[in-house]
Design a protein around this ligand. Structure first.
Ligand SMILES: Cc1cc2nc3c(=O)[nH]c(=O)nc-3n(C[C@H](O)[C@H](O)[C@H](O)COP(=O)(O)O)c2cc1C
Length: 208
C-alpha cells in the first residue's frame, strides 16, 4: 500500500509542473493488456479505493464529478455474466451454447472489472459534452494509475455497454451510460507495441 501517496491537504500548495523523466518514459511505453490474458492477483478493495481516488484527479469543469464507479469482483463477475448471457439470448434467440458461454465469461477473465459510468447533470450550464470529456479523462487516468501501481489492464466496452436494458439491470438511470469497463489484473507476459499515429499527419499550426 506504500505505493499510493496520501492525498494532499485540501489547502496544500502544489507544484504547477513536475518534470519527471520516469513519467515520460512510462507514458512512452505504456500499453493495454488483453483482458483474456489477465491473471490473479488484482488490486485489493483498499487499493481500488486508492486507484479510484487518484484517477478522479482530473479536470472537471465546475467540479460536477459527472461519473460513478462500479466494481465487479469475486462472484459478482459471474453474476454479471449471467445478466449478459440472458440479455444476449433475448436479442439473439438462435445463440449457440458457445456464444452464451462467451457472454457468461465476459467479466471472468480478469480478477476484477471496474465500470466507469458517465453520470452527467443534463440541466447544468456546463455542457454535457464537457462533462463526458471529463469522464473520458477519468477513464484513461484510471488505467494509467493502475499501470503505475503495477497492474495491467484494458479499457473495453462491447455491446453490453450500449444496451439500455443491461444499463437498467445494473442500476443506471436514463441519463447515465457506461463509459468503459476496466479489466484489471496481473500480466504474466510482455505485450508488443502497436502502430501509433504519425504526429505530422495530425498536428497543424493555424496560419490565420
Ligand atoms: C472507449 C473505448 C472502448 C474500447 N472498447 C474496446 C472493446 O470493446 N474491445 C476491444 O478489443 N478494444 C476496445 N478498445 C480498445 C482497447 O482499449 C485497446 O486495447 C487499446 O486501444 C490498445 O491501445 P493501447 O495499448 O495504446 O492502450 C476500446 C478503447 C476505448 C477508448
Amino acid at each position: 500500500m506504500s505505493a499510493y501517496p496520501e492525498a494532499p491537504a485540501a489547502d496544500a500548495m502544489l507544484a504547477a509542473s513536475q518534470p519527471d523523466a520516469h513519467v515520460l518514459a512510462f507514458l512512452n511505453t505504456r500499453r493495454s493488456f488483453p483482458a483474456a490474458a489477465l491473471k490473479e492477483p488484482g488490486p485489493s478493495r483498499e487499493e481500488i479505493s486508492q486507484i479510484v481516488r487518484l484517477a478522479m484527479r482530473v479536470p472537471d469543469h465546475r467540479r460536477l464529478s459527472p461519473w460513478r464507479i462500479m466494481v465487479f469482483d469475486g462472484p459478482a463477475r459471474a453474476r454479471a455474466g449471467e445478466v449478459f448471457a440472458a440479455r444476449y439470448r433475448e436479442l439473439n434467440p438462435q445463440a449457440s451454447t458457445q456464444e452464451l458461454d462467451r457472454e457468461r465469461r465476459r467479466f471472468c477473465c480478469a480478477p476484477l472489472v471496474i465500470a466507469v459510468i458517465s453520470s452527467p447533470d443534463c440541466d447544468h450550464k456546463t455542457p454535457v459534452w464537457e462533462q463526458e470529456l471529463s469522464v473520458g479523462a477519468l477513464c484513461f487516468n484510471l488505467l494509467l494509475v493502475a499501470n503505475a501501481a503495477g497492474w495491467a489492464g484494458s479499457w473495453l466496452t462491447g455491446w453490453m455497454a450500449f444496451d439500455r436494458q443491461i444499463a437498467r439491470e445494473f442500476g443506471l438511470q436514463d441519463h447515465e451510460r457506461f463509459a468503459g469497463f476496466f479489466h484489471l489484473g496481473t500480466a504474466k507476459d510482455t505485450v508488443k507495441e502497436r502502430s501509433r499515429p504519425a504526429v505530422e499527419a495530425l498536428l497543424s499550426y493555424w496560419q490565420g
